[in-house]
Design a protein around this ligand. Structure first.
Ligand code: BDR
Ligand code: CA
Length: 317
């Protein structure tokens, strides 16, 4: 019998990142061994503090948190996303501080050590800008080779961008890192806007886990700002929890319908910067091709998330 799959989440919490972490903790298929943090939605110090506090909310302050890149590889990220996630990243909700301290190791060191020590292949879910993953590839290629599956939230094949007309946020935040990661031979699933945007968690779903216990009510409170932003900015009746969908694919491989494609990133400094150019003319046989998520059963994915968060809220009490 095989046990749960070892999992690392590389993240910039971030409202949907927080939900993704909670979803992983609610899922017996995976064993969350490490959280690494990265700059992105807010500054690194804040994403790191938020990761510690989200784990504590779920009663899991035993999971180590290691801080990673403070900035993108080449050019500074033009702006943070406080207008979406709140100035402190968790929708204006102040979570109680964790008793745990940050792991003293840099994120890439913690990640490399875990990969090299693990007997079983490790799944890595990268749901912020991919700076830490690019640094791992450059610094510890022998450790990166041990990644069983790399599940990336980011990019877009046919939907355009969400932060510019061309670019999705995580790729736009560090296009050079994204090119490095997508150009590697690590087995990779790319979960982009094509599948996340149609997957909408509405107020009724949020109400279900809010009613299941205090931790569920807190997760719902964190989501409120995201919900308000979605209503005013896009006129949608619910929230797109991008990162939670990527985690669902990390937890249950095959949740999303994927096709192997060649993908390159626009790293020029023009209007297309950060665009993922997905070659949809053909199924690729290249060793650096990635499995691009192209189809999703959105209702089933939302039900999976809501059901798991309900159970977590009941278990945490
Ligand atoms: C991505 O951008 C971030 O703001 C979200 O947390 C998610 O990772 C969606 O484009
Ligand atoms: Ca994120």
């Amino acid at each position: 019998m095989t046990g749960p799959v070892p999992l690392v989440i590389d993240t910039d919490p971030g409202i949907d990142d927080a939900l993704a972490i909670l979803l992983a903790l609610a899922s017996p298929e995976v064993d969350l061994r490490l959280v690494t943090t990265v700059h992105g939605n807010v500054e690194l110090a804040q994403t790191t503090e938020n990761a510690l506090r989200v784990l504590h909310l779920a009663g899991r302050s035993d999971v180590p948190v290691a801080a990673g890149a403070r900035d993108s590889l080449v050019y500074r990220q033009p702006e943070r996303a406080g207008h979406v996630h709140g100035a402190a990243g968790l929708g204006g909700v102040q979570l109680p501080p964790s008793p745990a301290a940050v792991d003293p190791r840099p994120a890439v060191v913690a990640l490399a050590e875990l990969l090299l020590a693990s007997a079983a292949p490790v799944t890595v879910a990268a749901i912020g800008p991919w700076t830490n993953i690019a640094l791992l590839l450059a610094t510890y290629p022998e450790a990166a080779e041990r990644i069983g599956r790399l599940v990336l939230m980011g990019g877009s094949a046919a939907r355009g961008g969400n932060v510019t007309a061309a670019a999705e946020f995580n790729v736009w935040a560090d296009p050079e890192a994204a090119q490095k990661v997508l150009g590697s031979a690590v087995p990779t699933v790319l979960v982009g806007l094509d599948v996340t945007l149609p997957t909408v968690l509405d107020a009724a779903g949020i109400e279900r886990f809010a009613a299941a216990g205090p931790a569920g009510a807190t997760a719902a409170a964190i989501l409120q700002q995201y919900l308000d932003h979605a209503r005013t900015a896009y006129g949608t009746p619910g929230v797109v929890v991008h990162d939670a969908l990527a985690l669902t694919e990390a937890i249950v491989p095959g949740t999303l319908g994927t096709v192997r494609r060649d993908v390159v990133v626009d790293t020029t400094l023009g209007a297309g910067r950060g665009q993922t150019l997905v070659d949809r003319r053909t199924v690729s046989r290249s060793p650096t091709a990635v499995d691009v998520a192209e189809t999703v059963d959105s209702a089933a994915a939302v039900e999976f998330l809501v059901g798991r968060l309900e159970s977590l809220a009941r278990a945490v009490g």
